[in-house]
Design a protein around this ligand. Structure first.
Ligand code: GLN
Length: 227
C-alpha cells in the first residue's frame, strides 16, 4: 500500500520539462533520463506508480504549488527564489554552467560575451545568471535549449549557456559546436515538493538516502552519463 498521500491516489506525479538530456528527454513516445529513473525508484519505494507530466520549464513550479503534481524533477537547481515557492529535497546531483559556441568561434570564455547575443532556455538559472551579468537585451530566450543550439548553428546568436551535462550531450549530438567553461558557481539539483508538505518531503528524502546507500543513485547517473 502507498506510504504517503499524493495528488492522485496510488500515483506519484512528477512534473518535468523533457528537453534536458540526460536528465529528461523524449525517446520515441517515452520520456527517459536520470530524473525519470530516480523518481521511478522513489515511487517504487513508496508503493506508488509513477506518472510523468511534461510542461514548459517555467510552468513546473506552478504545477506543484497549485497541487497538480507531487514532485518537480527537472534537473532543477535549488535557488533562494525557488525556495520561496517550493520545498526542496536533499540534493542528488550537481552541475555548472557551460557556454556553447560554434567550433570556429573566437570567444574563449565568459568575459568575451559582453555585447554578444546569448541564447538560454527561458526561466532557467542560465537565463537568470546571464540576464544579471549581461543585461536583458543580450539574452535571447527559447522554450527549449535545443532551439537555442539550433539558433547558434544558424549564426543567429553567438553563444548558448546551459547546464554542463546537457551541454556535453548537445556537443555529442550536434556537429560544429564546442563547450567553454562559463565559470559560474556550482549548482545543486533537488526534487521540489509543495511548500509545507513535510510528509512527502521526508518520504522522498528517505527514499533518496536509501537509493544512495544502495549505490542505485550512482548507478543511474553513470548509466546516463557514460560516453
Ligand atoms: N538547472 C537549471 C535550472 O534549474 C536548468 C534546468 C533545466 O533546464 N531543466 O534552471
Amino acid at each position: 500500500a502507498a506510504k504517503v498521500k499524493t495528488v492522485s491516489a496510488g500515483k506519484l506525479t512528477m512534473v518535468t520539462n523533457a528537453e534536458f538530456p540526460p536528465y529528461e528527454y523524449h525517446e520515441g513516445n517515452d520520456i527517459k533520463g536520470i530524473d525519470v529513473e530516480i523518481c521511478q525508484a522513489v515511487a517504487e519505494k513508496l508503493g506508488l506508480k509513477l506518472e510523468i507530466e511534461d510542461v514548459a520549464f517555467d510552468a513546473i513550479i506552478p504545477e506543484v504549488t497549485s497541487g497538480k503534481a507531487d514532485l518537480a524533477a527537472a534537473g532543477m537547481t535549488v535557488t533562494e527564489d525557488r525556495k520561496q515557492n517550493m520545498d526542496f529535497s536533499d540534493t542528488y546531483a550537481s552541475a555548472k554552467q557551460l557556454i556553447l559556441v560554434k567550433d570556429d568561434s573566437t570567444l574563449a570564455g565568459k568575459d568575451d560575451l559582453k555585447g554578444k547575443k546569448i541564447g538560454v532556455q527561458q526561466g532557467t538559472t542560465s537565463d537568470l545568471m546571464s540576464t544579471e551579468d549581461f543585461g536583458d537585451d543580450a539574452v535571447v530566450r527559447f522554450s527549449k535549449s535545443m532551439e537555442a543550439v539550433q539558433a547558434l548553428t544558424q549564426g543567429k546568436i553567438d553563444a548558448v549557456i546551459v547546464d554542463s551535462q546537457t551541454a556535453e550531450q548537445f556537443v555529442k549530438e550536434v556537429p560544429g559546436i564546442k563547450a567553454l567553461d562559463a565559470s559560474y558557481s556550482d549548482e545543486s539539483y533537488a526534487i521540489g515538493v509543495k511548500k509545507g508538505n513535510t510528509e512527502l518531503l521526508n518520504a522522498v528524502n528517505g527514499a533518496l538516502s536509501e537509493l544512495k546507500s544502495e549505490g542505485k543513485l550512482d548507478e543511474i547517473v553513470t548509466q546516463y552519463t557514460k560516453a
